[in-house]
Design a protein around this ligand. Structure first.
Ligand SMILES: [Cu+2]
Length: 343
C-alpha cells in the first residue's frame, strides 16, 4: 500500500515539476531519459515521458532510395505504396552536447527519399502520431485535395491517404504544410521526392543532399547548417566516389530563416538541371544559388583522384557545418579516413 502511495506521489511530483504546455522561450533545464542534463529555451514536448532519440546516419541516407511496395493495376499502371508516420517528440543531438526537438517523417530528418517513375500511382498512407496537426504537401502535379494544405491531419493517430500520379519528372521536396509553416519546416518535417523519366537517366553513382539548418536557441536564426542534417559530417567522413564515374546529386534546399543557400564544388564543374525537369542541362558551373525548396540535379565526373571540398559559398553556413569532402579514388578498396578541413 505504502509503495503505491509513494508511486502516486512520485508521479504527481514529476507532473508538477514538468507540467504540460510549458510556454515557449522559457529557460528550462531537464534530464533526458538517458541521464543527460539539458538546458534549453523554447518548446520542449513532454521531455520526461515521450522523448526518444533520433538515430540518423548521413552515410546511409545519402544513397538510400525508397521505391515503396510495388503492385500493378489491371491497366498496367505501377502502384507504389508508402507508409509515412509523423512524430514531433524526438530529440536529436544536432552537434556534440546540443540537443534539439526534431519533428520527423518516419523517425528522421530528412524523411525517407521517395522515388517513383513518371506516371506511377503513388499511395502514401500518412499517419500523424505527433501531438500537433501535420500534413504531407508534395511539390509536383496532383489534384487539389491531395495537396496536403487544407486537409489537416489530426494529432495522436490522424490518418490520410495521399494518392496521385508521380510527375513531373524531376526532384521535388515534400514537407508538412500546417501553420505556422516556419515552425513545422524548421523542426524537420521535410524530405525528397524523385520522379524518374520513363526512359531512365544514364547509370551513375546517385546521391541525395538536403541542405538544412537548425535553430537550436529559438531566435529564428540557424545555429547549425549541413548537407543532410549533421554539421561537418561529410568533412569528417568523406563521400567516396570513383575517378571518371558519373556522379548524380539530387540537391534540395530546405533551410528556413535564410533567404538563400548555395553549393560550390571544388576542382570541377557540374552540369546543372534546375528542378530536374529537363533532360538537357541548362548550366555548366561550380556554383548554384537556391532559395527555400529550390532544387536541381548536378552531374559531374572527376578526372583526378584526391580530396575535393564541396560547401556553401555563403561562408557563414560552411563555418557552421555545411561543408563536406568528396574523396576520389581509382581503387575501389581505398578506405576513407577522417580528414580535417584544410589538412
Ligand atoms: Cu507539421
Amino acid at each position: 500500500m505504502m509503495a503505491i502511495i509513494t508511486s502516486i506521489v512520485a508521479v504527481f511530483s514529476l507532473f508538477v515539476i514538468f507540467p504540460e504546455g510549458i510556454s515557449a522561450q522559457q529557460e528550462q533545464t531537464f534530464v533526458t531519459h538517458n541521464g543527460a542534463v539539458v538546458q534549453t529555451s523554447g518548446e520542449i514536448l513532454d521531455p520526461v515521458y515521450q522523448v526518444s532519440e533520433v538515430e540518423f546516419d548521413p552515410e546511409k541516407y545519402l544513397r538510400e532510395f525508397n521505391y515503396g511496395r510495388v503492385s500493378t493495376l489491371e491497366s498496367g499502371q505501377t502502384v507504389r505504396e508508402f507508409t509515412i508516420i509523423a512524430d514531433d517528440d524526438k530529440v536529436q543531438e544536432i552537434s556534440p552536447g546540443v540537443f534539439y526537438n526534431v519533428w520527423t517523417f518516419n523517425g528522421t530528418v530528412p524523411g525517407p527519399t521517395i522515388r517513383a517513375t513518371e506516371g506511377d500511382l503513388l499511395r502514401i498512407n500518412f499517419i500523424n502520431n505527433g501531438s500537433k496537426e501535420h500534413t504531407m504537401h508534395f511539390h509536383g502535379e496532383h489534384p487539389a485535395e491531395m495537396d496536403g494544405v487544407f486537409e489537416i491531419v489530426g494529432a495522436n493517430g490522424g490518418r490520410f491517404t495521399y494518392e496521385f500520379e508521380a510527375g513531373p519528372v524531376g526532384v521535388h521536396p515534400y514537407h508538412c504544410h500546417v501553420m505556422p509553416l516556419e515552425e513545422h519546416i524548421a523542426h524537420g518535417l521535410y524530405g525528397v521526392f524523385i520522379v524518374d523519366p520513363k526512359e531512365g537517366r544514364p547509370p551513375a553513382d546517385e546521391m541525395v543532399m538536403v541542405l538544412n539548418g537548425f535553430d537550436t536557441d529559438f531566435d529564428t536564426e540557424n545555429n547549425f547548417y549541413a548537407a543532410n542534417s549533421i554539421p561537418f559530417y561529410y568533412q569528417h567522413h568523406p563521400i567516396q566516389i570513383k575517378k571518371d564515374e558519373l556522379i548524380r546529386v539530387y540537391v534540395v534546399n530546405m533551410v528556413e530563416f535564410d533567404p538563400i543557400n548555395n553549393l560550390h564544388l571544388h576542382g570541377n564543374l557540374y552540369q546543372y538541371y534546375p528542378t530536374g525537369t529537363d533532360i538537357v542541362p541548362s548550366e555548366f558551373t561550380d556554383m548554384i544559388t537556391l532559395s527555400q525548396t529550390e532544387r536541381g540535379i548536378m552531374e559531374f565526373k572527376y578526372q583526378y583522384t584526391g580530396k575535393y571540398l564541396f560547401h556553401a559559398h555563403k561562408v557563414e553556413f560552411s563555418e557552421k557545418g555545411w561543408v563536406g569532402i568528396f574523396l576520389v579514388t581509382d581503387d575501389e578498396n581505398t578506405k576513407a579516413e577522417s580528414e580535417d578541413y584544410g589538412s
